[in-house]
Design a binder for this molecule. Structure first.
Ligand SMILES: [Zn+2]
Length: 112
């Protein structure tokens, strides 16, 4: 459902110039006048969700395993990998240290 926007005390349709004092009136207007826009929105949302589900994450397959990682600058770390987060990994090295590393800087993951 598209949400009306409040503007100077009035609720406004996000698709045209329709304004009203009541939010429900604008919601009704959107349902009546912009059916196509709503359908399109739903279609896009479904498509995006489908793509998200299909996104393959090989790093996730190594979650909780011992790996050696090689960083962009050549440094290497070995430890237990935590890879649930989208942009960072957490590596628990053998000396008990915790590193949070941006995935963009990891060149390679090598399972131990
Ligand atoms: Zn409208």
């Amino acid at each position: 459902m598209s949400i009306p926007v409040k503007e100077a005390g009035l609720w406004k349709c996000p698709y045209c110039d329709f304004k009203a004092y009541s939010k429900a009136v604008v919601e009704h207007h959107i349902l009546e006048q912009h059916k196509e826009k709503l359908k399109e929105r739903k279609r896009k949302e479904r498509k995006r969700k489908r793509e998200e589900r299909e996104e393959v994450d090989y790093v996730m397959d190594l979650d909780h395993k011992r790996v050696k990682i090689i960083l962009h600058d050549g440094r290497e770390f070995t430890g237990k990998l935590h890879s649930k987060a989208r942009y960072n990994i957490k590596l628990e090295t053998d000396d008990g240290k915790l590193y949070v590393i941006n995935k963009a800087y990891v060149v390679m993951y090598i399972p131990e």
